[in-house]
Design a protein around this ligand. Sequence first.
Ligand SMILES: *Cc1c(COP(=O)(O)O)cnc(C)c1O
Length: 374
Amino acid sequence: MKYYFDNSATTRLDDEVLNEMLPYYTEYYGNASSIYKLGQKSKNKIESVRNKIAEILNTKSNEIYFTSGGSESNNLAIKGIMHANIFKGKHLITSSIEHPSVLNTCKSLEEEGFEVTYLAVDEKGIINLESLKKSIRKDTILVSVMLANNEIGTIEPIKEISNICHQNGVIFHTDAVQAIGNIKLDIKELGIDSLSLSSHKFYGPKGIGALYVRSGIKFKPLIDGGHQEREMRAGTENVPSIVGMGKALELVYSNLDDKNKYIKGLRDYFEENIKKLPNVIINGDLNNRLSSISNITIKGVDSNTLVIGLDMRDVAISNGSACQSGSALPSHVLKAIGIREDYLKSTVRISFGKYNTKEEVDYLIKSLKEVGKC
Ligand SMILES: *Cc1c(COP(=O)(O)O)cnc(C)c1O
């Protein structure tokens, strides 16, 4: 893709990451459970990546579990924690703007008999801390609120949420998939008990992610099988992808401030140019969001028409979020922040990444004006 502006859906793999991964397909292909040297080579590499990830996020390495990605991590955390703590209660709290991998996990738990409170958000996409406090019951086990939203980029008040949870003896999980690689984050400092991340959102391979769970918190595995991942996630480890994720995380956090400044520069330049147009509105919390995301409404223009028209010009953007496209339903996030009914189908997400250039953004602006007739 020539003009790729859908970096919140996924990112291009970094060449450095690929080079690091390749030997683990063809040379060091041993099963980490095998006791001979080739197997132990894999085992040792997995553990060194685990240590590196733990160090970057300020956790202990025995609190990191490798999974197949963000969706699995959210399922494992939420179902796993609820099932393991069922003796204590059956209530959990989440927000109404979570990713489908959280919302549908909650739905599935409701079908099993668990009870879920869905917190509303304000027009910026932020949950209300007073409502959170009021929602906590004696039988509340878990609160799951995302760190940053994937459609509008809003960053939630994580520290305040974790404080409220801990004052009430409730476990706090956060879906940090969209945030990791975009903002600095210290898990211990923020008081997070459980956190999901996914490699393909920060220039790593797809189909690999991790779950952090604070030691001492009980959860149950989703997959029964071998003893991998300290019995919490069975299945032969995806060594090349684990290696790739470790490298990608290291790279993204090695120059995060510079990279963020660059990406924010592109995003702000884009918004400066389009906000003057009479039929354009920028959605979300303009002061408190990821620097990579711009969510805009172009009044009177159907978002699918826009996405397809831009695709014909080799520009990739998203109508809402990738997870919503293909379905005719308007985005639950836009609805939750109170976007007018007639604007819901005229809203698109543009997400910037480190491979974008200012020239590309100029072409994006020009194409948007042409297709959106603005
Ligand atoms: C992409 C995304 C996920 C899903 O991660 P996968 O690795 O694609 O399963 C979950 N939550 C958020 C906020 C995301 O942006």
